[in-house]
Design a protein around this ligand. Sequence first.
Ligand code: NDP
Length: 296
Amino acid sequence: MVIDGKRVAASVIDDVKAASAALEKDAGVKTGLAVVIVGNDPASHAYVGAKSRTAQECGFNSVQHTLPEDTTQEELAGLVAVLNADEGLHGILVQLPLPKHLNPDPIVQSIRPEKDVDGLHVVNAGKLATGDLQGGLVSCTPAGAMFLLKRWHGNDLSGLNAVVIGRSNLFGKPMAQLLLAFNATVTIAHSRTKDLPGVCRNADILVAAVGQPEMVKADWVKPGATVIDVGINRIAAPEKGEGMTRLVGDLAFGECAKVAGVITPVPGGVGPMTIAMLMANTVIAAHRKAGRPAPS
Ligand code: NDP
């Protein structure tokens, strides 16, 4: 079965809309999200545009700051300080990657943890790592992948072997922590792992977040496994015409789909969930600020 991430994301966004409308009606608080983009990277502009549009669709006060390529570290830090102090903003997202002359770490760590709707601040990463899933904000892509997994497996992954390929702070590590929190037995694989196909064949749940087009082959997949593809890779598509490209994931989708029990496509799988979970994190942050119970 192929998981339709767009459909699941649309239902999350409907829930977010309802929660933000209720917060405005009951507490007079309009949920606010600021998205900051620096430079001219076309892919980043496309992501930020989608985030700002979805925030508007959710009824948020959606603020976008578009800064020029030659913005200095101090200027960007200054903007984050202003957004941190703005009581009407509940979430701040600085789109990564930043232009090469800027250091993203101090910027991300300067966002107030309660406004860090990307879930990348060490306070939020630490809460997740210590099993506190309610007190912090969880990184959006792993939260979205976990949301899809829970729809198929429920809240208890006891007895299931999960393998995550990739150990980034953005995805691999928080994904592994989430799987662990829901009782899976978790292996994190990476570029130094020996016999990666053999490790993957042991997975009841296989999550690939590598950035290598169609790397995972059908004979890496345990028959009937749940397979989640996080990779987004652009490859040449001469069949569509000269110079044309298409998106593929880290799985050789066609062949893996024949072996897997459940699988996510690229595009239309985890990608739409990332934006939906960003909206969910923002409305949760707004509820917390208003002293209201956060929607589940
Ligand atoms: P990183 O480049 O930070 O991490 C990639 C990881 O894959 C590293 O841990 C690396 O290992 C591992 N790796 C690389 N090559 C191999 C290999 N041949 N065999 C085994 N492991 C390997 O990437 P991200 O985690 O940020 O992103 C991963 C993918 O997910 C990308 O395609 C990205 O575009 C996509 N993505 C999608 C999102 C979405 O919204 N759907 C959001 C975020 C990311 P090592 O640590 O040893 O170098």
